[in-house]
Design a protein. Structure first.
Length: 181
């Protein structure tokens, strides 16, 4: 594995996020569309490298498979799986009300890493439950952003590692606005 500088990758991703996203200050949950980062090849590459840097800094190389839990998670999870040479576990939504189920092969006891864009506890929990019901193990997840004040969140036995918190994005956006005035 070639070394990736997390701090440098994070700065590049933060620069893109600030340019491409409109963080709605003053709202409890700012509207963030992670899929905007897949809109250009440069932002897609920077964001994918940010996930890879986070993956490596969290020392998650021992996971057996990677699964995306949202459209952004599927996009960046598949790129991360390719970059880290890990199998991708697809997650299907079936039924009414919809429930998630793994599609593909994994062996009982396989460790599965979940990937999300913006951390959503409900989606993460339902996906983890479906994988565990099939015999898999889910201990870690990656997200680009968590709406927590911290970047590491523990939810139902799953540690969520995030590159940014919304509080950090808001601070950065406000400081850029202040500097421009």
């Amino acid at each position: 594995m070639s070394p990736i500088n997390l701090a440098r990758t994070k700065r590049a991703a933060l620069s893109l996020i600030t340019k491409e996203w409109k963080v709605q200050l003053g709202q409890e949950h700012p509207a963030i569309d992670v899929m905007k980062l897949a809109g250009s090849s440069k932002s897609l590459e920077v964001t994918a490298r940010a996930y890879q840097a986070l993956f490596r800094s969290a020392k998650l190389s021992k996971v057996n498979q990677i699964a995306g839990v949202s459209p952004a998670g599927e996009t960046f999870g598949s790129i991360l799986a390719y970059l880290e040479k890990k199998p991708l576990l697809l997650i299907a939504e079936t039924g009414s009300p919809p429930h998630k189920r793994p599609v593909g092969r994994f062996r009982p006891g396989d460790s599965v890493l979940l990937v999300d864009g913006v951390y959503d506890p409900e989606t993460l929990t339902s996906t983890a439950s479906a994988i565990v019901a099939g015999g898999g193990v889910v201990k870690n997840a990656l997200a680009l952003i968590t709406d927590s004040k911290t970047k590491t969140v523990k939810a139902k036995g799953v540690t969520v590692h995030a590159l940014f918190s919304t509080a950090e994005l808001t601070r950065h956006t406000e400081s850029r606005r202040t500097r421009k005035k």
